[in-house]
Design a protein around this ligand. Structure first.
Ligand code: MTE
Ligand code: MO
Length: 425
């Protein structure tokens, strides 16, 4: 294999230490990446042999397409309690995916008591309580309402909680930070239904309840319900997957996952929150002073480098594209910076267009690895100016008793052998 050295380094000065290059480098033409074997001029098209699968007719049609059998390793990692198998999570393998939309079959899952087998013909939604006109709907009726589509991430408030541990946990990215996924959701704006129901002035909360065996419920401020909340019926163009709430879920863009009640069957307008388990004992945040934060709905800005990340192995020195995901529950991502020297210097990454509010944003930056040990990090800034905090800054603000809403910068240590490790830096 003939390695051609990367030759444009003089024209493209580093954007930061550790070999980070200008984010526009890959927009240039005529780059030699040095990763592919370059064939000599004498190579002929005849050298490309006719592959075995070209000698017979291919497979026929299928009613529902599946991933290539060669990609069977791209799966959700399941962690649940064998004594209560319906209570637990499965994680999106972010380190094996590209782009910004999570395939529906790989959307992370969080169930408190399993996935109910709902017959859509029997499912009903009740809107009642402090409303002038209670509404009782079947799905055919709901489908007659005007719908909208929007792309949005859902993140569990417990995502990334390993970050609170004293020592960095060694696992693939998806098993550390994969309780977040991003889809295109289609459904009826909740405001449409609430206007029809006529909220009474003393209605400040909506208590949402699911049709699972847990009958999981949470309280939602009416401001959010009237703002961008969606009664989602479709996910990435097809009806919701059972795991993600079929046939109907509440979507609250940018808010923690637990508020986005799946298998939605009831919305009760009330003058105060119901103080359900998942807004008191859970999904609250114990502070250093022993008091708990409650109703911390918004998921703050976060970013992770997906490529390379632990489990990947760099194949020798040279040019690479660092790539990752950033998102913010407050709106659009404004900037993502990457460091290859543990945070001493930062280069600005290219953001993939379109940058959508409360959605995954893919960032990329070219990097020339010289084979030495170094630390890769990313930090996101959202359109409100909020900057993803350093780990010790987050701990200083929130103490060490926390579990939910960990969003500090994530660092990968690159070893000279090309392997990567989760590190605190
Ligand atoms: N009815 C019901 N809704 C639910 C849950 C549940 O167990 N039951 N889990 C919640 C939690 S904690 C999260 S993080 C999200 C997860 O959504 P997903 O499984 O579609 O990823 O759903 C929320 N909605
Ligand atoms: Mo969650």
């Amino acid at each position: 294999m003939i390695q051609k050295p990367f030759s444009l380094s003089e024209d493209s000065p580093p954007s930061a230490g550790g070999g980070l290059l200008d984010r526009r480098l890959f927009l240039q033409r005529g780059l030699a990446f040095g990763t592919a074997a370059l064939v000599g001029k004498e190579a002929l098209a005849g050298d490309l042999e006719r592959a075995a699968w070209m000698n017979k007719a291919g497979d026929t049609f299928s009613h529902y397409g599946q991933p290539s059998p060669h990609e069977k390793a791209i799966i959700r990692w399941i962690s649940n309690n064998p004594a209560m198998p319906g209570n637990g999570v499965s994680w999106t393998p972010l380190q094996q995916l590209a782009g910004t939309i999570t395939p529906s079959g790989l959307h992370f899952e969080r169930h408190h008591n399993g996935v109910p087998s709902i017959d859509p013909a029997q499912h009903r939604l009740l809107v009642h309580g402090l409303v002038r006109n209670p509404i009782f709907l079947n799905l055919d009726q709901l489908h007659r309402y005007p719908m909208v589509s929007r792309v949005g991430f859902i993140e569990c408030g417990g995502n990334s909680s390993v970050g609170w541990h004293e020592e960095p946990t060694q696992a693939a990215l998806g098993n550390l930070h994969g309780l977040v996924s991003c889809s295109e959701w289609t459904g009826v704006p909740l405001s449409v239904l609430l206007e029809e129901a006529g909220l009474k002035t003393e209605a400040h909360w909506l208590i949402a309840e699911g049709a699972d065996a847990a009958a999981m419920n949470v309280s939602i401020p009416v401001e959010k319900a009237l703002d961008d909340a969606l009664l989602a019926l479709y996910q990435n163009g097809e009806p919701l997957r059972p795991e993600n709430g079929y046939p109907l879920r509440l979507l609250l863009p940018g808010w923690e996952g637990v508020t986005q009640v799946k298998w939605l069957r009831r919305l009760e307008a009330a003058d105060q929150p119901v103080m359900a388990r998942n807004e008191t004992a859970k999904y609250t945040e114990l502070q250093a002073d022993g008091k708990a934060r409650q109703f911390t709905f918004i998921m703050e800005a976060k970013s992770v480098i997906t490529h390379p990340s632990p489990g990947h192995r760099l194949q020798g020195t040279g040019l690479y594209q660092i790539s990752g995901l950033a998102w913010s529950g407050r709106g659009k991502i404004k900037q993502v910076e990457v460091s290859a020297d543990g945070g001493k210097s930062w280069g600005e990454a290219q953001l993939q267009e379109p940058v959508l509010s409360k959605s995954f944003t893919r960032f990329r930056i070219p990097w020339r690895w010289d084979g030495s040990a170094m630390v890769l990090k990313s930090r996101a800034t959202d359109e409100t100016g909020y900057v993803q905090p350093e780990r010790n800054q987050l701990i200083a603000e929130r103490g060490r008793n926390g579990y939910f809403h960990y969003n500090a910068q994530v660092a990968w240590g690159v070893e000279p052998d090309g392997s990567l490790r989760h590190v605190y830096a």
